[in-house]
Design a protein around this ligand. Structure first.
Ligand code: SDX
Length: 428
């Protein structure tokens, strides 16, 4: 491979270095472009062809449907690891020993109490508030109660901020759901596992002994692993660019939660269930909705389908589809929308419009079916996505801050009015 790329502008040739990653991805390093060309920049709406950083955390191959965290295949991690192990792997770069994992969990449990005054903020929201808006607000508010988490100039400061949010975020997730259901806000149980504790905080009834359900624990553990990181997606890029101004970790995560909320991104898992329910209510005619998805005049899209990077099956969707069958069977739940989902997927996978555009089911297509079987309200689905993505956001923010990357500030091409004289109001 040549070491450089040549760009000719107005008869002038310019050489730019090519960089190659450990998986042989090649990029043109244009750090000097504007300087050597007298101001020429690039433009790439949606950054479809533009890399924002070099990263050692997650590798995707969209053509082959490959996803690896720190070099480990998602299939192996989903099958053999726990969510807390995967969180440690993403954040610190290696799978933990038992001693390391136990210490990480102990440090997280130490920090898993949330200041009671946060409840006053939660109380101010109407019950109809969308949980993602509540979660984003409460996550940002954590900064006010944990001011030392902002200036993380030492490794110890960074570690403290990380275990604080790993401990407090699941409490905010549980409180967000319980508030909407009118249930008392409480804490979990330090004697049980991380994911076990999430479920207990979410579902413990004030008047009943809580009984663990291993099916739900295993299903949630796997779902959180599958959502844990996904390189430079919309919300992760948001966390990185907000963090690049040296805003604190919690404020950066709050911004990422807002980005994830959108129906084109993490909000798709809620939109998929609403779409499947609409199809069911409409009589189950999937062909009618396929036609709508293909009609350019119709804003309707097949939610849970398509992906910026995967032009093959999203490997996470494959795993979740199998898990959906298993969980519903284990729970003895019959969910007609699962059959509608399978019917839609089968039709889309043989439909020329979808095949030509390489539109396959993505991570959001089947996940909501499992969440619903677990008794999680549809408006909480994207909150569960955020809970899974938390360690990924943390790892990416840590990588950006540790590498002391510059503040993110893209350029533009101005296409507005040229200079014009000011006119006083009497002359307009
Ligand atoms: C996530 O980036 C990540 O990694 C995200 C994520 C993560 O883990 O962080 O994987 C999680 O966000 C998954 C995606 C969830 N979103 C959805 O399921 C919403 C539905 N999907 C689409 O809106 C769309 O596919 C996107 C947003 C996911 C990707 O959009 P792109 O890459 O900008 O592609 P595009 O909009 O340019 O579409 C290309 C073509 C267009 O048709 P033409 O103009 O070429 O004729 O495909 C069409 C689109 O109209 N198309 C769809 C479609 N998705 C794309 N047509 C119908 N239904 C769809 N779902």
């Amino acid at each position: 491979m040549s070491e450089t790329a040549t760009l000719e502008i107005n008869g002038q040739k310019h050489e730019f270095p090519l960089i190659k990653g450990t998986e042989n991805e090649v990029a043109i390093d244009i750090k000097t472009l504007r300087g050597v060309t007298g101001g020429v920049t690039t433009i790439d709406p949606g950054y479809k062809n533009t890399g924002s950083c070099e990263s050692a955390i997650t590798f995707l191959n969209g053509e082959e449907g490959v996803l690896r965290y720190r070099g480990y295949a998602i299939e192996d991690l989903a099958e053999k690891a726990s969510f807390l192990e995967v969180a440690y792997l993403l954040i610190f770069g290696e799978l933990p020993t038992k001693v390391e994992l136990d210490k990480f969990h102990a440090d997280i449990k130490e920090e898993s109490v949330v200041d009671d005054d946060i409840k006053k903020i939660l109380d101010a929201f109407p019950k109809t508030a969308h949980p993602m808006g509540v979660l984003s607000s409460l996550t940002s508010a954590l900064t006010a109660f944990n001011p030392t988490s902002v200036n993380v100039d030492s490794e110890e400061d960074m570690y403290r901020a990380i275990v604080k949010i790993m401990g407090k975020f699941p409490v905010l997730v549980a409180w967000t759901m319980r508030k909407q259901k009118g249930l008392p806000l409480d804490y979990g149980d330090d004697s049980i596992g991380y994911v076990e504790n999430v479920l207990k905080m979410m579902f413990k009834k004030p008047n009943q002994e809580y009984v663990e359900n291993s099916i739900l624990i295993n299903a949630l553990d796997k779902l959180l692993i599958l959502h844990a990181d996904h390189e430079q997606n919309c919300s992760t890029s948001t966390v990185r660019i907000v963090g690049s101004s040296h805003a604190g970790l919690f404020a950066s995560l709050s911004a990422g939660i807002s980005a994830l909320w959108g129906p084109l991104h993490g909000g798709a898992n809620q939109a998929v269930l609403e779409m499947l329910e609409a199809i069911k209510e409409d009589g189950g005619d999937t062909k009618k909705f396929m036609a709508k998805a293909k009609d350019k005049q119709d804003p309707f899209r097949l939610m849970g389908f398509g992906h910026r990077v995967y032009k093959n099956f999203d490997p996470r969707a494959k795993i979740i589809k199998v898990a959906a069958d298993e969980v519903l069977a284990d729970l003895g739940v019959e969910d007609p929308v699962l059959d509608i989902a399978k019917g839609l997927a089968a039709e889309a996978l043989s439909d020329e419009y979808f095949v030509k555009r390489k539109l396959y089911p993505n991570v959001d297509f089947y996940s909501g079916i499992i969440y619903r079987a677990m008794g999680i309200p549809v408006e909480m689905f994207t909150v569960m996505f955020a809970l899974g993505r938390l360690p990924g956001w943390i790892s990416q923010w840590k990588e950006m801050r540790t590498r002391k990357e510059p503040i993110g500030r893209p350029r533009q091409v101005y296409t507005g009015e040229n200079y014009r004289e000011f006119k006083t109001i009497d002359n307009r």
